[in-house]
Design a protein around this ligand. Structure first.
Ligand SMILES: [Ca+2]
Length: 161
């Protein structure tokens, strides 16, 4: 399972210094919404409340065991919203920059590994990967329990991302 760095929220907005103020606020608001809906599962949290990595994984695992179809639906929405936030220029595709910014915000400084991860999606001649393709890979990663199934996300984590 993946791990959430607790300082992700604030860091994420900070890495978008190149965006104008309005766009930056939008990204921040969208990210706050995503965080509250999917990480905390409650609408009215204060800024200082945090959740531990173990708690987060436990909640996901419990949800998954309870109702796989419902869990899949939830992950579907979760990653659609999440990568919509990552797609800062709203062209419905993810560029290497957008991908790296997300990982940097997540606390990863290993640019070589993150770049390799991005390249595993086989970006097109303009260096872009359709949003849908990335979203699907994450949904599959969180909802598939066949260990033999090929997964770009799983391979990246196994390589040390
Ligand atoms: Ca984009």
């Amino acid at each position: 399972m993946f791990i959430v760095k607790l300082s992700f929220r604030t860091k994420f907005a900070d890495f978008h210094d190149d965006l104008d103020e309005t766009r930056r606020q939008q990204v921040k608001d969208n990210f706050e919404t995503w965080w509250k809906d999917y990480i905390f599962r409650k609408p009215n949290i204060t800024k200082d409340e945090e959740i531990s990595e173990t708690q987060f994984v436990d909640v996901l695992n419990a949800d998954y065991k309870k109702d796989k179809a419902a869990f899949k639906k939830k992950m579907d929405k979760c990653f659609n919203v999440f990568f919509d936030v990552i797609d800062t220029n709203k062209d419905r595709s993810i560029s290497e920059d957008e991908f790296l910014i997300a990982f940097k915000a997540y606390g990863h400084e290993n640019v070589a590994l993150d770049t390799k991860f991005f390249k595993a999606y086989n970006p097109d001649k303009d260096g872009l990967v359709p949003l849908h393709q990335i979203v699907t890979s994450w949904i599959d990663f969180t909802t598939n329990d066949d260990p033999k199934e090929k997964s770009v996300v799983k391979e990246a984590f196994e390589a040390g991302v």
